[in-house]
Design a binder for this molecule. Structure first.
Ligand SMILES: Cc1cc2nc3c(=O)[nH]c(=O)nc-3n(C[C@H](O)[C@H](O)[C@H](O)COP(=O)(O)O)c2cc1C
Length: 377
């Protein structure tokens, strides 16, 4: 029944038009135009009724005029790329590890220039390193294919170089987590090089990706988990993308992400001993990227009684939703940021998947559902 409803909705001409505009790269601009038209309509109504001329006529007219000018300007500048050539951004090699991870953000407008040969070589070295079997948590291989083509993605503009994350066709939770963890390490590396990145999952058109993978994809064995656009950030962005950044640039407080119990009910006091020894590791997990900024990962610091003292022994990572793909990717991204932060602080540990017995859990809890632990060495 639900499927039927969904199908008939997706068959409607309005939905088809939306998808066509979305994947032809026009929807970002059309939304801008719709706002301008709404403002013109309000100004028109204000003019007709004649009340509060400032509020109902002049203000909406000024906004509508501003939006119309920026609408045409954005099409000329961003869509058709008519603007002075932009510089290659400086690298971020002088930033400390935590500032570097905080400097990463999703770039949704890319310059038209290609990666330089040096940047491409360095990027592919990171890809090779972090896809190696000994770097993974799971047993199954994952890989990242580089594509230089303007894939159909939403709402990102100008992206024409991508890494496509591929895991085995048969669902394997650890492989999906590995995609998040390994790709985030590549992203951190790229950020250090001064490159801009954007993880793209629901906004990527699978058909377009598979077409461009051209012989590097076996439908019976492979599954595309997501893509990551890589390039140089452009200062020229559609208004809609600027607004989206404003809306999505917020995070849940640490008290809603870190806990002291496996049911994720009691907030962790990250500033008090011994948890404060992990400094900004909490913050870089908090500011990790996640699909639609869903922030689906939780973490519990687990202590054990050793010689009558509570001793911190590990951190358990959980997804807060049942999503099979994007929550697992987001959890992998947290793992990458956590261990990169720990390495910077010289805190030793390793990831392991513990059984319910090892965690002293009855294993019945649906959510949050345990995925992996960081065991303090
Ligand atoms: C698995 C995954 C999929 C994502 N898919 C998209 C997408 O399809 N389109 C998009 O614009 N952003 C996508 N994002 C980026 C998120 O929207 C972004 O990380 C979040 O809004 C937080 O913003 P920030 O990355 O700038 O910190 C994705 C992120 C992740 C981790």
């Amino acid at each position: 029944m639900t499927l039927e409803k969904q199908q008939s909705f997706e068959d409607s001409p309005l939905w088809k038009l939306k998808v066509r505009l979305q994947f032809s790269g026009w929807l970002q601009y059309i939304i801008h135009a719709i706002f301008a038209l709404i403002m013109f309509a309000i100004a028109g109504i204000g003019w007709l009724i004649g009340y509060w001329p400032i509020l109902l006529f002049w203000v909406p007219l000024a906004i509508a005029t501003f939006l119309s000018i920026t609408f045409f300007g954005t099409i000329i500048i961003v869509k058709y790329g008519i603007h002075p050539t932009e510089r290659i951004p400086a690298d971020k090699k002088l930033l400390d590890t935590f500032d570097l991870m905080r400097a990463r953000h999703s770039c949704r407008s890319f310059q038209s220039r290609n990666l330089t040969a040096e940047h491409q070589t360095e990027l592919m070295e990171a890809v090779k390193l972090y896809s190696q079997h000994n770097q993974l948590l799971g047993q199954q291989p994952i890989r990242f294919e580089y594509i230089a083509a303007p894939l159909t993605v939403w709402p990102i503009v100008g992206a024409h170089e991508f890494l496509v994350a591929i895991a085995p066709r048969e669902y394997n939770r650890l492989s999906v987590i590995d995609v998040g963890r390994s790709l985030q390490k590549i992203v951190i590396n790229a950020t250090r090089m001064g490159l801009a990145t954007c993880w793209i999952g629901p906004g990527a058109d699978q058909k377009s990706i598979v077409e461009h993978l051209d012989g590097k994809f076996e439908p019976k064995k492979d599954h595309v988990i997501c893509v990551c656009a890589i390039g140089y950030e452009s200062m020229f962005k559609p208004l809609m993308i600027r607004l989206q950044k404003l809306i999505l640039n917020r995070r849940l407080p640490l008290s809603e992400l870190f806990f002291t119990d496996p049911d994720c009910k009691i907030a962790l006091e990250t500033d008090s001993s011994p948890f404060d020894k992990y400094g900004r590791c909490y913050e870089v997990c908090q500011w990790s990227p996640s699909s639609f900024n869903g922030q689906t990962t939780r973490c519990a610091a687990i202590s054990d009684k050793i010689e009558n003292h509570d001793k911190l022994i590990r951190f358990d990572f959980f997804p807060a939703t049942t999503s099979r793909y994007y929550a697992a990717v987001a959890l992998g991204i947290w793992c990458a940021n956590w261990e990169t932060g720990c390495a910077a602080l010289n805190k030793h540990g390793h990831f392991a998947v513990l059984s319910p017995e090892e965690r002293a859990s009855d294993g019945t809890s649906d959510l949050p559902r345990y995925d992996v632990s960081w065991i303090i060495d």
